[in-house]
Design a protein around this ligand. Structure first.
Ligand code: NDP
Length: 454
C-alpha cells in the first residue's frame, strides 16, 4: 500500500510520501540503538520529567494535532481532541508511577541479598494502526520510554502525517535524538527491522493477519512480541438492566470512531424478556445519528477511514443479510463523496453469519438474541476473539459473577468498555497476547533481572 494521506471525508489525496531508503532506515536504527545507554543511565526522575514535557507539548498543540487526525483518518474532531488528551494522561501516568513500577523487588534466597531489577530491553519496534493514530502509539511509547527503551514507529500507511506529527511532539519536548523515530516504510520491510540484532522486541496493534505475520517473524528472530488484535466484544443485557443506560452506552461503544474500535460493543446480546424493547430503543437511537463533516460540531457519525475498509464492511453486511439476518436500518454506503456508511442495525444475527463470526469494523450494530442469562453467556463466549466484554444488570453481584465468567481480557459491569492508563488492557484467544497499560504494560518490555549477591 502506498504511503498516502487521503481525506476520508472527501476522498481527496492530501499528500503522497516516499518511503525512506535503506540508508535512512539504517541511520534510524543506529540512532535508536545508540540512544539506549544514555537514556537508561538517566535517573528515573529525569525520564519522568521528560514524559511530563511530552504531555505538556501534546496539550499545547491539542487543537492542531486533533485536526491532523480528523483530516487524515476521519474521526469526529471532538473525539480527536479527547484522544490527544488521553495521550497526555498516559504520559502523566507513567511519569507518576515509573519510580514505583521500576523499583527493585527484594527476594529471600540463599544469597546474602537477592532481588529483581527492572532493566530495559533496548530498541523496540511499534507497528501501529490508523484507528486511534495517536493513542495506540502513546500507550506503547509512554511505558517503553519510562522503562529506558527507545522506540521505532512503523505506522499504518494511511496516517503518515500523524506519524510525523508524533515524532515532532517527542522532538519538540526535548526527548534525546534517537529516543523516538518514525520510519516511513511499507509493511513488507518490517521483517528487515525485526531481523536487525539491535531491535529487541515488537508491539503490534492491528488485524489478525498482520499479527500472525509479525509474530511469526518475531519468532524467527527470537524477539519479544506483544499483539493487540481485533475483538468482537459482547455487550450482554439482562432482564433487570437499566435499559436507558445500557442503550446509551451500547450506542456510544458501537459507533464511536465510526465503529472502528477494537473494543466496540460488536455483539449486543439481550435476553428474551427485554429483547423487543431493547431493539426498539436501539433502533430509535441509531436512527438519530447524523453522518457528516467530522470537523462540524453537530456531526455524530464520521466517515470510515478507507474506501477498502468500507467496501469490506458492506460485503460483511450483505453476506449476513443473505444468511438470514434482519436489516432494521441502513445497510448501504452513503450516496455522497467520502467513505461514509449508513448507521446500520442488524437483528436476529446467528452462527455462520459474518456479523456473528467476524469483526465488523464500522458503524453496524449487531443484535444476537439470547434466551436467558446462561444462553447469553454461552453466546458471549462463542467467539474466536476475547478482548473486552460488558454485562448490564441492576444486581451488581450477578453482574460480577457474569463478568468473571466471560472469556476476555477485560470485563465491565454496567459500564463502557474503555482503556484507561491505570487499567491493564489486552486480549486472549485470537485477540492477541500480552498487556498494555497499568503495571503489566511497563513489564512487557523489561528484563526482569535476578541479582544474587553472595
Ligand atoms: P492492518 O493490521 O493491516 O494494519 C495495522 C498495522 O500493521 C499497519 O501499520 C500495517 O501497515 C501493519 N501491517 C499490516 N500487515 C503487515 C505485515 N504483514 N507485516 C508487518 N506489518 C503489517 O490493519 P488494516 O488497516 O488493514 O485494517 C484491517 C482490519 O484490521 C480492520 O478492518 C479491523 O478489523 C482490524 N484492525 C483492528 C484494529 C484494532 O485496534 N484491533 C486496528 C486496525 C485494524 P500498512 O498500513 O503499511 O499495511
Amino acid at each position: 500500500m502506498p504511503i498516502q494521506s487521503i481525506d476520508p471525508t472527501t476522498g481527496q489525496q492530501l499528500q503522497d510520501f516516499s518511503p525512506i531508503d535503506d540508508a535512512a532506515l539504517e541511520a534510524a536504527i543506529a540512532s535508536a540503538a545508540s540512544a539506549v545507554a544514555p537514556w537508561t543511565a538517566r535517573p528515573i526522575a529525569e525520564r519522568a520529567a521528560q514524559l511530563r514535557a511530552v504531555a505538556a507539548r501534546l496539550r499545547e498543540r491539542r487543537g492542531e494535532l486533533a485536526r491532523t487526525i480528523t483530516q487524515e483518518m476521519g474521526k469526529l474532531i471532538g473525539e480527536a481532541e479527547s484522544e490527544i488528551e488521553k495521550c497526555a494522561l498516559v504520559c502523566d501516568y507513567y511519569a507518576d508511577e515509573g519510580e514505583r513500577l521500576l523499583a527493585d523487588i527484594p527476594i529471600d534466597s540463599d544469597a546474602s541479598r537477592s532481588y529483581l531489577a527492572h532493566q530495559p530491553l533496548g530498541v523496540l519496534l511499534a507497528v501501529m494502526p490508523w484507528n486511534f493514530p495517536f493513542w495506540q502509539v502513546f500507550r506503547c511509547a509512554a511505558p517503553a520510554l519510562m522503562a529506558g527503551n527507545t522506540l521505532l514507529l512503523k505506522h499504518a500507511s494511511n496516517v503518515p502525517r500523524c506519524a510525523l506529527a508524533i515524532e515532532a511532539v517527542f522532538r519538540e519536548s526535548g526527548l534525546p535524538d534517537g529516543g523516538f523515530k518514525t520510519l516511513l516504510i511499507e509493511s513488507g520491510r518490517v521483517e528487515q527491522v525485526l531481523a536487525d540484532p539491535r531491535v529487541r522486541g515488537v508491539s503490534l496493534t492491528g488485524s489478525e493477519a498482520a499479527g500472525r505475520q509479525v509474530a511469526a517473524t518475531a519468532g524467527r528472530y527470537l524477539k519479544k512480541s506483544l499483539l493487540e488484535l481485533g475483538g468482537s466484544d459482547a455487550c450482554v443485557i439482562l432482564e433487570d438492566a437499566d435499559l436507558d443506560e445500557a442503550v446509551k452506552t451500547a450506542l456510544r461503544s458501537r459507533f464511536i470512531n465510526a465503529g472502528q474500535s477494537c473494543i466496540a460493543a460488536k455483539r449486543i446480546i439481550p435476553v428474551r424478556a427485554i429483547a423487543d424493547d431493547l431493539v426498539a430503543r436501539l433502533r430509535e437511537a441509531v436512527q438519530g445519528l447524523q453522518p457528516g463533516d467530522p470537523l462540524a460540531p453537530h456531526t455524530t457519525l464520521a466517515p470510515m477511514a478507507r474506501e477498502d475498509l468500507r467496501d469490506e464492511l458492506h460485503q460483511q453486511v450483505q453476506d449476513s443479510l443473505a444468511a438470514g439476518a434482519e436489516l432494521l436500518i441502513g445497510g448501504q454506503p452513503l450516496d455522497r463523496s467520502g467513505w461514509f456508511y449508513e448507521p446500520t442495525l442488524l437483528d436476529k444475527v446467528g452462527p455462520g453469519m459474518p456479523a456473528y463470526e467476524e469483526e465488523l469494523f464500522g458503524p453496524v450494530a449487531v443484535v444476537i438474541r439470547a434466551e436467558d442469562e446462561a444462553d447469553a453467556l454461552r453466546i458471549a463466549n462463542d467467539s474466536r476473539f476475547g478482548l473486552g466484554g460488558s454485562v448490564w444488570t441492576r444486581d451488581q453481584a450477578r453482574g460480577e459473577r457474569f463478568a468473571r465468567a466471560m472469556a476476555c481480557g477485560a470485563a465491565f459491569v454496567n459500564g463502557l468498555v474503555k482503556s484507561d492508563p491505570r487499567l491493564p488492557f489486552g486480549g486472549i484467544k485470537d485477540s492477541g497476547y500480552g498487556r498494555e497499560l497499568g503495571a503489566p504494560g511497563i513489564q512487557e518490555f523489561l528484563n526482569a533481572k535476578t541479582l544474587w549477591i553472595g
